[in-house]
Design a protein around this ligand. Structure first.
Ligand code: NDP
Length: 434
């Protein structure tokens, strides 16, 4: 805390991992001898930069850009960029730290990083967003590359922004280096299923957890928070597996739609018109109700898929969910549940899939995009989705067997943290004191 003052999200993420891995340190004294814990908590490199840009009226704005290159023991730094006014160093560090264990858990050759800016894309024209992305990349380009650091999207950074970022990278460097960024459009080196991967993967993970308990998503009442990339694709896959998603949210409130969310309308409102959920409710007619400014976790459900942002489920929300009959939670977002909330879920014995495992399908598919770029190849949707499904199943099983091996049966938090930690820690030991 003294070395990293004023970064509560980072402290929270570190504490959760350290609590889980205590039994590993007892079994493996060489980790302590080589100061693995101290090393793994210190980013390899942190970059903070000025991002000046001009809005449509000619007014000048200055934002702050970040890239935290946390760990490259397993491969090039890999992790998304977030554009949201709440972004500061502590948020980027927590996300990059989580990314170490998540990327390790996928079993793929990717290190960990994260970045972004306090730029707020809300209400900005496409041209303003483009100018911002160009200015952001004008600094970032010197730090990234296929073999060094490979950014992607996150909150506020979707395919449109990735296109502007990649365009500017290509222009500055005069290199068509497709593998420098992932989440690209299909026409210029993107991979099929990347857009869908985080949401689909999260639902596959939940289905595995339910199957392990002799049940499934079929017929279950689902509530999803957010209505961005992860939320929309979670709703799509949950519906495909027979779940009924009755509510989702955005930063203005939530919409309750007992007949099941109309995915086509949701996409039109959120992705095409970039409007708020009240517009969805107006168009959907009497079937849907928009509830402004309240948390979606007041809606009873059997399966909860938090897919908006960090610390959105507190202990009270968790207790209410448990009381309402919730049996499974899949974290599509990063760290959406507070430590108190996790405790409530685990004490109630419900299946709790932490983000490091449940939302790792996104970064895993990004690694597949890098593979395709390196091979100048492009896989079919079916092949890509089958790979994603297999990766999620493997991760689920790895979490369970690791949790068992450490005397914590059914504890996916311990399983994900320990399995993620040991792979990267062993790589760090092999690479010497670096
Ligand atoms: P998007 O920007 O596409 O969507 C985010 C959604 O959450 C929006 O509906 C947004 O509301 C809402 N939201 C964001 N911040 C807040 C907030 N502070 N309060 C209330 N609502 C909020 O982002 P993604 O779907 O890509 O990301 C969602 C989560 O998933 C994040 O935690 C991200 O780190 C995580 N994640 C994403 C991956 C990916 O592949 N995209 C991979 C792994 C994890 P509004 O529509 O009003 O803006």
């Amino acid at each position: 805390v003294r070395r990293n003052p004023g970064e509560p999200e980072f402290h929270q993420a570190v504490r959760e991992v350290l609590e889980s891995i205590a039994p590993v340190i007892e079994r493996r004294p060489e980790y302590a001898d080589w100061k693995l814990i101290e090393r793994i908590c210190e980013p390899e490199r942190q970059i903070i930069f000025r991002v000046p840009w001009e809005d449509d009226r000619g007014e000048v704005h200055i934002n702050r850009g970040f890239r935290v290159e946390f760990n490259s023991a397993l491969g090039p730094y890999k992790g998304g960029l977030r554009f949201h006014p709440s972004v500061y160093l502590g948020v980027v560090k927590f996300l990059a730290f989580e990314q170490i264990f998540k990327n390790s858990l996928t079993g793929l050759p990717i290190g960990a990083g994260k970045g972004g800016s306090d730029f707020d894309p809300k209400g900005r024209s496409a041209r303003e967003v483009m100018r911002f992305c160009q200015s952001f990349m004008t600094e970032l380009y010197r730090h990234i590359g296929e073999y060094t650091d490979v950014p992607a999207g996150d909150i506020g950074v979707g395919q449109r922004e990735i296109g502007y970022l990649f365009g500017q990278f290509k222009r500055i460097t005069n290199r068509y280096e497709s593998g420098v960024i992932t989440g690209k459009g299909l026409e210029y080196g993107g991979a099929r299923v990347r857009a869908e991967a985080t949401g689909y993967g999260c639902v596959y993970f939940v289905e595995e957890m339910l199957n392990a308990r002799g049940t499934s998503l079929d017929g279950k009442r689902v509530v999803v928070s957010g209505s961005g990339n992860v939320a929309i694709h979670s709703i799509e896959k949950a519906q495909a597996l027979g779940g009924v998603t009755v509510a989702c949210s955005d930063s203005t409130g939530y919409v309750l739609d007992e007949k099941g969310i109309d995915l086509g309308l949701l996409r039109q409102v959120k992705e095409v018109e970039r409007a708020g959920l009240s517009v969805y409710a107006e168009r959907r007619g009497s079937d849907a109700v928009f509830v402004p400014g309240r948390t979606v976790w007041e809606v009873p459900c059997q399966v909860a898929l938090p897919s908006a942002t960090q610390n959105e489920i507190g202990d009270d929300d968790a207790a209410r969910l448990v009381r309402s009959g919730c049996v499974a939670v899949g974290e599509g977002a990063n760290m959406p549940t507070t430590p108190g909330g996790i405790r409530v879920f685990q004490e109630a014995g419900i299946a709790f899939g932490p983000g490091k495992a449940a939302n790792a399908g996104g970064v895993a598919t990004s690694a597949l995009e890098m593979q395709q770029n390196a091979a100048r190849d492009s896989w079919t949707f079916e092949h890509s989705e089958a790979r994603l499904h297999e990766i999620m199943r493997d991760m689920h099983d790895r979490c369970l067997t690791t949790a068992d091996a450490y005397g914590k049966p059914g504890d996916y938090v311990a399983g994900a943290n320990i399995a993620g930690f040991t792979r990267v820690a062993d790589a760090m030991l092999s690479l010497g004191l670096i």
